[in-house]
Design a protein around this ligand. Sequence first.
Ligand code: ADP
Ligand code: ADP
Length: 228
Amino acid sequence: MSRIEFNRVNKRYGPNLPLTIKDATLTVNDGEFCVFVGPSGCGKSTLLRCVAGLEDITSGDLSIAGTRVNDLPPAKRGVAMVFQSYALYPHMTVAQNMAFGLQVMGADKAAIAAKVKAAADILQLTPLMDRLPKMLSGGQRQRVAIGRAIVKEPKVFLFDEPLSNLDAALRVQTRLEIAKLHHDLGSASMIYVTHDQVEAMTLADKIVLLHTGQLIDERGSVAQVGSP
Ligand code: ADP
Ligand code: ADP
């Protein structure tokens, strides 16, 4: 169970500001890869941050796996987020970066080692485990950031423009890795934010178009619908 439900969600950043998200109603089904597309400033990140619990919603309801999460702190929501800038700890190795979140949560050593190893296998990071971030390429760093998300075994993965700091070749490669990840972790739901329509069409089971804070359309991807 990893369904995400938005029911008439509104978000206002301050009392004198206009609504950033207006009356958003949407379901992301179990295991679905949903992409939010729209121009810069339309509210994609805001919507994602509301799911993560990094922002409160102003009204409406948000639920994950059947539980209303409006008032739940981020750590209790079963979500993991991957950002555009990878924000790895520079003084920690790849393995330490991936293990850190679990160590903070007090997981036991053997469990941490097993989860870090499994994530490293999925992302082909095993040969790089002892390196510091400065000794990695941009694409490798983004894989470590994704690895930090995987080890938490979240129900929901949230990606906020994860490819935008990569050069063109790495963007394609990392996009394929994210598609594989979705396939390998069949039951996790994903929301992926981008302004790039090619990314949206190649990754999505469902594409949601946003325009100035409103959901204006919802459709299957080209891959699903097939060409005319
Ligand atoms: P997108 O991800 O689509 O580029 P954002 O969700 O980042 O859009 O921003 C949507 C709107 O909300 C923009 O007008 C932005 O200026 C505004 N906004 C974002 N964060 C804040 C904030 N912390 N305080 C006030 N306004 C904000
Ligand atoms: P620390 O000194 O903080 O224990 P380590 O680098 O030894 O840091 O390991 C951090 C975590 O990553 C540990 O839980 C360890 O089990 C795991 N780990 C370390 N190296 C590897 C590796 N090569 N492959 C998979 N997991 C590893």
